[in-house]
Design a protein. Structure first.
Length: 113
C-alpha cells in the first residue's frame, strides 16, 4: 500500500505550509492524482484520515481530482484521454495502446484558517 507513504509525504508538506503561513487548521486539501499512479482514492482518503489525527489537518476534507492519461492507438493513430488503465481506442476499438502522462501526484490547493 504505497498510499501510506504518499500520505506521509503529503502530511509533511501540509505541516510545512501551515507553519509558513501561520495557519492553525487546514480545512481542505486538494490533490491532482494521475491515472497511472495506481493510487486508490478510497485507500488514500482512509490513510489521510489516519495520518491527520492530532495534526493541523485533522478533520480536513481530502479532494482527489483524477487526471487522465493520454492514449495513442498503435493501430489507427487516434489520440484520446484515457479514463481507465484498461480501455480501447474510441475510434477503432483496438487495445494496442501507448499511454503517457497520468503520473501526477500534486497538491493543488490547501485551505485553512
Amino acid at each position: 500500500m504505497h498510499e501510506a507513504t504518499m500520505v506521509a509525504s503529503l502530511m509533511r508538506i501540509i505541516e510545512e505550509e501551515a507553519t509558513r503561513y501561520a495557519v492553525e487548521r487546514i480545512t481542505r486539501v486538494r490533490l491532482a492524482v494521475g491515472l497511472f499512479t495506481a493510487v486508490e482514492p478510497q485507500t488514500l482518503r482512509a490513510c489521510f484520515e489516519l495520518f491527520a489525527e492530532g495534526t493541523v489537518a485533522e478533520g480536513a476534507e481530502l479532494v482527489v481530482d483524477r487526471v487522465p492519461a493520454s492514449g495513442l492507438c498503435l493501430q489507427c493513430g487516434e489520440r484520446f484521454a484515457m479514463q481507465t488503465v484498461r480501455c480501447r481506442c474510441p475510434a477503432c476499438g483496438s487495445a494496442e495502446l501507448e499511454g503517457s502522462g497520468g503520473q501526477e501526484f500534486t497538491v493543488t490547493g490547501l485551505e485553512g484558517c
